[in-house]
Ligand binder design. Structure first.
Ligand SMILES: [Zn+2]
Length: 502
């Protein structure tokens, strides 16, 4: 026995995938981490561990396709801000102290705990590092996912140009003293960052028996040097790695395209050759019909984060227009500082609800099946794992969430998929299996001492509170200029309707 063999016995099984099946009662046999059979009355090889799942629903482990673990400690920390003002607290541009590895480890862990206990078995962690990425920080993040037993793709989301050049209007509005401070803030060279990627790939891609993988990120094309963007695009092609790029999340970014580049950021991304089927375009809210056609032609996957988009007032994404253009869509929570939880069920429910506002024709509203399909199929695609995750089928990884049907959310049981999307919060998830290993049993994590970890997170967060206070003071100093920039972007005419402003 490898520790990755398991018989899940007697569950109702929703398989999802290209030929979805709903089986009243079936067994799932997992051998060496992969599903080998799904049928009634399986005689497992002697010694195979057995998980009695009568009264439970087995579904594929959920996939959180867009997430930033470094925001995990700031849940509930901020009032409502638009993205550009929010980022002064999320990624303080003048910060100088590099956090120690244990903080990064515990910080990653608290988000992974919440995901795993609510049935999320796979995540794309687009991890940023303030002020600078380090081997220690990267290793701490990857080690946390390896230890807890989750499946994760990890990127290094590290801008490397001067802060004032990432935004429209800002440089001309800032006092010279602040421009000088921004010039002096730490910035990593293309070479340094590519060396860190070499480490990430060498040390972690394929680690944890294949559960841990590398991904790439430029954060956004307007936040990095053109040469670094190019190098990442080449690396993505050479190593066949997903490439995360935030594009047109806000109206201020739309203004950046028009005022600075003379074309939309999607057109700019196309011209720079970074839109491919490996690209995960994050947000894509302020995209027009031309942009949508470009994204569709390029075969990218768009990561939709509806809770984050509302938390930051970014707007409502053109979900139906994306889908009608044939774009693959995946779902994410984005980060705990812009959602206040790491709960993909909330993102699914929001995705199922918010797009009713865009269309009076209710036949075009997202159905529960569509939302689940997007989350599983789009998520598998975003993580470069089509066929491996997001469905239950022989050959797929043994990643299974077992949901207790004897709970209020499923009583009475009218329509299981609708109740999953609109009624469940993650609280009915009882057992979670990743690669054939039980990582949550009876609602408890099996590989870590969760009580001790929560205590450690509290202690580390308290110890870092002086840094947080200093970061807030720095943010307050910059905020009036950023607020003015956002106001300027908002008064600039824009034909797209992504908010309810009169
Ligand atoms: Zn993001």
């Amino acid at each position: 026995m490898s520790g990755r063999d398991l018989l899940i016995a007697g569950a109702r099984v929703l398989t999802f995938g290209p030929e979805p099946r709903d089986l009243d009662s079936a067994d799932i046999l997992i051998e060496e981490g992969r599903i080998t059979r799904i049928e009634r009355g399986i005689e497992a090889p002697p010694g195979t561990p057995r998980l009695d799942a009568a009264g439970h629903l087995a579904i594929p482990g959920l996939i959180n396709a867009h997430f930033h673990s470094p925001g995990n400690l700031q849940k509930g920390a901020l009032p409502g801000y638009p993205l550009e003002v929010f980022m002064l607290r999320e990624v303080p541009p003048l910060a100088s102290a590099v956090p120690q590895g244990r903080l990064a480890y515990a910080r990653t862990m608290i988000g992974a705990m919440e995901m795993l206990k609510t049935g999320v078995t796979s995540v794309m962690d687009d991890a940023f590092h303030v002020p600078a990425a380090t081997v220690e920080g990267i290793d701490a993040i990857a080690q946390a996912y390896a230890d807890i037993g989750m499946r994760a793709r990890i990127a290094i989301d590290q801008p490397n140009i001067a802060e004032y050049d990432k935004h429209p209007y800002l440089k001309d509005m800032l006092p010279p003293a602040i421009v000088a401070e921004m010039d002096a803030a730490p910035r990593q060279s293309d070479g340094e960052l590519l060396e860190l990627y070499a480490h990430l790939i060498e040390r972690w891609d394929g680690a944890g028996q294949g559960r841990i993988g590398a991904a790439l990120s430029c954060s956004a094309i307007q936040r990095v040097t053109p040469s670094y963007l190019q190098a990442l695009a080449e690396l993505s092609q050479k190593r066949d790695l997903p490439f995360n790029i935030h594009i047109l999340e806000t109206r201020t970014q739309a203004a950046f395209g028009e005022a600075v580049l003379g074309r939309s950021l999607v057109k700019e991304a196309k011209a720079r050759g970074v839109l491919t089927p490996r690209t995960v375009v994050v947000h894509a809210i302020w995209v027009d019909d031309d942009d949508i056609a470009i994204l569709s032609d390029a075969g990218v996957t768009v990561a939709h984060n509806p809770v984050c988009n509302l938390r930051l007032g970014s707007g409502v994404a053109p979900f139906r227009a994306w889908r009608e253009a044939g774009i693959d869509v995946c779902l994410g929570t984005d980060e705990a500082i812009a959602d206040d939880s790491v709960n993909l069920w909330g993102a699914m429910k929001m995705a199922g609800l918010i797009h009713t506002l865009a269309d009076a024709d209710w036949s075009r509203w997202p159905s529960a099946q569509e939302i689940l399909g997007v989350m599983y199929e789009g998520g598998a695609r975003a993580l470069g794992a089509v066929g491996g995750i997001g469905w239950l089928s022989p050959g797929a990884r043994g990643d299974v969430a077992l949901i207790d049907l004897d709970t209020e959310a499923f009583t009475p049981l009218n329509d299981v998929q609708r109740q999953l999307v609109f009624g469940e919060t993650g609280s009915s998830v009882r057992h979670v299996v990743v690669d054939g290993a039980i990582v949550v049993r009876d609602g408890r994590l099996t590989r870590i001492d969760e009580k001790a970890m929560r205590a450690e997170v509290r202690a580390l967060a308290a110890a870092a509170s002086a840094d947080s206070a200093a970061a807030e003071a720095a943010a307050m100093r910059l905020e009036p200029h950023y607020a003015e920039m956002v106001r300027r972007a908002f008064v600039r005419p824009n034909r797209m309707r992504r908010r309810l402003d009169p």
